[in-house]
Design a protein around this ligand. Structure first.
Ligand code: GLN
Length: 539
């Protein structure tokens, strides 16, 4: 039987629930417990796949092809485990399934209601994940803020779980903001108190309270939160700003959070073994150098849109002792005034994933520059596809070559729809999604980077390289270094006579973990470091 920890948030969103949840998981994992984490997103979408990354942040893809909330990426990176699409529950999924059951007559003529039918569906889902993952402890993060109308059925369901699973098998952690007033520099606990009242109004008494504050909260504030929140003083912790997110579990454990949780849940734990995690965290602090990377995309004003790529670059940087300094280049601006950017100042260029026409010509300009000026280049998904478009236009001379995603009538559809995508009705959940095996050609850079000829990476795309042009591309010097296991899709391309030019149809960033950086990112960063050394030597 699994135990459950429910994590809720108050006062405002983006209060750090995701990182807190991942950190609690880590504190339990280093004490020898198996954990899994569910993220509940109370929005009505069935999954995150149809949501704009500019508003909601990156769509994280699981091994089994779930298009999920970006917090699942944090969970995977902190715990070094693979999660499934089942680990992300939304209102859309719950209602679809309740309505389907109603249509089948499974409710036997009863009036179908939020309580018990919707709440039962929620509880059943959580218990199924606990069972399937074999987790001793299932952590459940409820997205949004307490008091939101759309999250009410989820709060009600977990309130019922306290009754059904028992006190020692359930734990409620509530995190809320403690603001510091600008003028007086005073910490304020009132918003926190209100959010606890909001929780109590729906029948949940929290067990642990976490103050989200820039700095460690003052003694008097901690006492107030304990008193008004009705939790012991020892159960109040601070999640203060840390310069590296992977440090948070260590900081919270120092405050006694891990010990408090295992005692409260009466877990039979081993003493915490932080050895490996500490050495991973210290590798982020031991970087002596830095490299400047141009990040070319169209969602560049919200860095959460590319969070897994940023993390993958950081993982590689920590391994190699050089911090990636990322500069965001909005490719639409590049189109308007190409001369305003000097790519020569960069040690590497990344062309980011994306959809649609906006900014594509700017991305193609960046790729051309990287290819011609021998600047290390990494193209991911759309970045890979556009690298092939650029090559077709400027090396093969197919001037109007394009992806049919942007120009459906191009005479050179070098990137085209997968045949099975042509007559699709629904946009949600219908791309080529999840992990697929890839065969890497012996002796290529990709094969050397991975140190293996059969690998697996996660995917999320609708278009792909048109096989009709493979010969042309290869004859002109493009190396097709990876193809899908079924032979149908081009997966990796590279160029000879270039220090590092790699494009990947897949998203290797989703599998990068601290301490275990993704091979393409490691290779790319290594090439950036070499370029920096070369430039410095020249001066
Ligand atoms: N728009 C491209 C496709 O659908 C690339 C997708 C991506 O970059 N994730 O194939």
């Amino acid at each position: 039987m699994s135990k459950f920890i429910f994590i809720t948030g108050g006062v405002l969103s983006s209060v750090g629930k995701g990182i807190l949840t991942a950190s609690i998981g880590k504190m339990l994992q280093v004490r020898g417990h198996s954990v899994s984490i569910v993220k509940i997103d109370p929005y009505v979408n069935v999954d995150a796949g149809t949501m704009n990354p500019y508003i909601h942040g990156e769509v994280f893809v699981t091994e089994d092809g779930g298009e999920t909330d970006l917090d699942l990426g944090h969970y995977e990176r902190f715990l070094d485990i693979n999660l499934s699409k089942l680990n992300n529950i939304t209102t859309g999924q719950i209602y679809s399934s309740v309505i389907e059951k109603e249509r089948k007559g499974e409710y036997l003529g009863r009036c179908v209601q939020i309580i018990p039918h919707v709440t039962d569906e929620i509880k059943e889902r959580l218990r199924i994940v606990a069972k399937l993952t074999n987790a001793e402890i299932l952590l459940v993060e409820i997205g949004g803020t307490v008091g939101d109308i759309e999250s009410l059925p989820f709060f009600e369901a977990v309130r019922q779980m306290r009754l059904e699973e028992g006190y020692s098998n359930t734990l409620f952690v509530h995190i809320a903001l403690v603001p510091i007033l600008d003028v007086t520099n005073e910490q304020k606990s009132k918003p926190f108190q209100h959010s606890i009242q909001e929780l109590r109004r729906i029948g949940i008494q929290p067990d642990i309270l976490v103050a989200r504050c820039r700095v460690q909260i003052e003694e008097s504030i901690r006492k107030k939160i304990s008193l008004f929140g009705s939790v012991p003083y020892d159960a109040v912790f601070t999640s203060y700003n840390v310069d590296n997110i992977y440090n948070l579990p260590l900081e919270l454990d120092k405050q006694g959070m891990g010990d408090y949780i295992v005692k409260r849940l009466m877990l039979n734990s081993k003493p915490p073994n932080w050895g490996e995690w500490k050495s991973i965290v210290s590798s982020f602090y031991n970087v002596r150098d830095s490299v400047k990377i141009a990040m070319c995309g169209k969602y560049t004003k919200l860095s959460d849109s590319y969070i897994s790529i940023i993390e993958a670059l950081k993982h590689a940087g920590a391994k190699l002792g050089a911090a990636p300094k990322l500069e965001w280049i909005e490719t639409t601006c590049l189109e308007e005034d190409p001369s305003s950017f000097n790519f020569n100042n960069y040690h590497g260029i990344v062309v980011l994933p994306g959809f649609g026409a906006r900014g594509t010509e700017g991305k193609i300009l960046a790729i051309k520059y990287a290819r011609e000026n021998k600047i290390p280049f990494l193209g991911i998904c759309y970045g890979f596809q556009l690298a092939i478009v650029e090559f077709a236009r400027n090396v093969l001379g197919y001037k109007s070559a394009h992806t049919t995603e942007v120009d459906p009538n191009t005479p050179y559809p070098i990137i085209d729809l997968l045949p099975e995508q042509r007559n699709l009705q629904n946009l949600g959940g219908s791309m080529r999604l999840g992990a697929y095996k890839i065969l890497l050609k012996e002796g290529t850079m990709a094969q050397k980077l991975y140190g293996s000829s059969i690998i697996s990476e996660r995917h999320r795309h609708r278009y792909e390289v048109n096989q009709k042009y493979l010969n042309d591309l290869e004859e002109a010097g493009m190396i097709i270094s990876g193809i899908s296991y079924d032979g149908k899709s081009v997966e990796f391309i590279e160029l000879k006579d270039h220090p590092f030019f790699l494009g990947s149809q897949s998203h290797p960033e989703f599998k990068s973990r601290p301490g275990k950086p993704s091979p393409p990112f490691l290779g790319f960063l290594n090439a950036c470091i070499k370029r920096k050394k070369f430039i410095v030597a020249k001066i």
